[in-house]
Design a protein around this ligand. Sequence first.
Ligand SMILES: C[S@@+](CC[C@H](N)C(=O)[O-])C[C@H]1O[C@@H](n2cnc3c(N)ncnc32)[C@H](O)[C@@H]1O
Length: 210
Amino acid sequence: MLKFIGKQFRQPSGILGRIISTIMEKANSSIYNEVINILNLKDKDKILEIGYGSGQGINKIVKRNKNVKLHGLDFSKLMYEKATRKNSRHIQNNQIELFYGDVTECNTNILYDKILAINVVYFWKHLEDIFNKLYQFLSESGELILFVVPASELNKFKYTNNEAFIKYDIDEIIENLRIVGYQHIKTKKHKTKFEEDFFIIAHKGKSQSV
Ligand SMILES: C[S@@+](CC[C@H](N)C(=O)[O-])C[C@H]1O[C@@H](n2cnc3c(N)ncnc32)[C@H](O)[C@@H]1O
């Protein structure tokens, strides 16, 4: 059963997926509140969120700044439908565009100012390949913002003890970012009652806004 629950975090589906996504939405709300400050939103920013889940982050960003353009990509059909419902008004006025697909298979000509992936790296086997792909998607001054629960913390929970989760140390993630060429890589702690997690902010070029 725990293995089945673990898989639902990777790609929510069905009734259990609905329940897990509601739990995630509540549990991760404070992460998104903090990410909005880290994003340092500017008018006309083009932002991409990979693994948007329920779409709460995208919704919060649009509410904070009405002049940004947001794209989202998630490979759960259930999450695509939920996030689409949550953001329907902003989708209609073309401020938000949501896609259903796998980041490992997607491509785009658009250059984004900010790309975020919150609680998604655990499901990526080949970090270097994906970081390299996202590097190509960033504008010259663009930045990648990750939120990660490190291996030491994930090991405390039973539901993460299955093949759905790949547990990474923060140093391993940073090393992969460096290999690809990201610069000015910074971390920011995010403490909750249960664990100590990290934002990782990595820049494509030399500019630093965080
Ligand atoms: C643990 S949930 C996190 C959801 C949300 N970011 C949050 O923190 O509440 C992971 C999300 O990433 C999506 N995801 C995982 N791997 C993906 C991939 N390779 N391409 C696109 N989406 C992916 C899943 O479908 C799921 O919605």
